[in-house]
Design a protein around this ligand. Structure first.
Ligand code: ZN
Length: 300
């Protein structure tokens, strides 16, 4: 996984043209990628993706039927082509969560990731909203009502929306969030574009696993003294573990700005540059205690 140095700027990130300094394409792509969820950052874009008509429909309602690797490439390409446009991806699952959360106080508590208090908070801001259909995997009564409301929010205001229908896991009769009125809403408002498979859909071929990056486990050389509290960096956390899986550093030294739920497990296994350890915030609440003993001693 060695990164080749950009031939245009030789890794400087800027180019000098007519006495002026310009950002190199490679730096631009890195900067854009830093704002993307990691599953998009790693998406592979082929020239064929850039020819797809859907990329010209950035201001339209469209239902895109495609395989997930191609859809990721299309969304990433759209983001790179329109760097100043707020393009967001949501799903029927997130819509359901937000909808149910807005009705239940418990879901409004402190949580990692974005908190949306209402469907409007979720659906309003993006200039282009991509709704991934059929991500819901277990039955929920609120799901189709929430999805219908969310899609209607966009169509009523004529806000560009792409519905993504996975050809390998189609949203259709029997899908959890499906309803006849959603079908009607889609048929009335969303012309369909179908992307024939461009990227191979990864599958787990056990014969080819030797070609993939192999798991390496290294002993931690020096256990850390227990007394000294360290800042909660990923490195500090990692050094406390007796065993450490050696993970190459992120290729571009970027941090993930938007934490999304991990994408569906895809068959291709590779070392991830994500730090999935839970954040320590909030733990101190449990650690410090309420010193209820003094309460008992003093009485009321
Ligand atoms: Zn460059």
């Amino acid at each position: 996984m060695t990164e080749t140095v950009c031939k245009v700027c030789r890794g400087h990130g800027t180019i000098d043209r007519d006495g002026k300094i310009y950002e190199c394409q490679c730096a631009f792509i890195k900067r854009m990628a830093s704002t993307m969820p990691s599953f998009l950052r790693k998406a592979e874009i082929q020239p064929a993706h850039l020819e797809l008509p859907v990329l010209k429909a950035i201001k339209r309602h469209v239902m895109v039927v495609a395989a997930w690797p191609d859809m990721k490439a299309v969304i990433k390409a759209a983001m790179l082509k329109h760097p100043h446009m707020f393009i967001k991806i949501t799903s029927d699952r997130e819509i359901r969560d937000v909808y149910v959360g807005s009705k239940s106080k418990a879901a409004k508590g402190e949580d990692n990731g974005s908190i949306y208090n209402s469907l409007e908070d979720l659906m309003d801001p993006p200039a282009l909203m991509v709704v991934r259909l059929n991500e819901l995997s277990y039955k929920n009564k609120a799901a189709s009502g929430a999805l219908e409301e969310a899609i209607s929010y966009r169509t009523d205001r004529d806000r560009p929306t792409w519905l993504y229908n996975d050809m390998d896991k189609p949203f259709t009769v029997g899908s959890i969030a499906y309803s006849d009125s959603i079908a009607d809403l889609i048929k009335t408002n969303f012309p369909v574009t179908r992307i024939n498979r461009i990227l191979a859909t990864p599958n787990l071929d056990l014969d080819s696993l030797d070609d993939l990056p192999q798991l390496e486990i290294a002993e931690d050389p020096k256990p850390e003294p227990a007394s000294k509290p360290e800042p909660q960096t990923a490195v500090a956390k990692a050094s406390r573990k007796p065993l450490e899986i050696s993970i190459p550093p992120p290729p571009d030294g970027m941090e993930e700005k938007e934490r999304k739920p991990p994408p569906r497990l895809k068959a291709k296994i590779r070392p991830s540059d994500d730090d999935d350890s839970p954040l320590p915030s909030g733990l101190s609440v449990y650690g410090s205690g309420n010193s209820s003993t003094s309460k008992f001693r003093k009485g009321k």
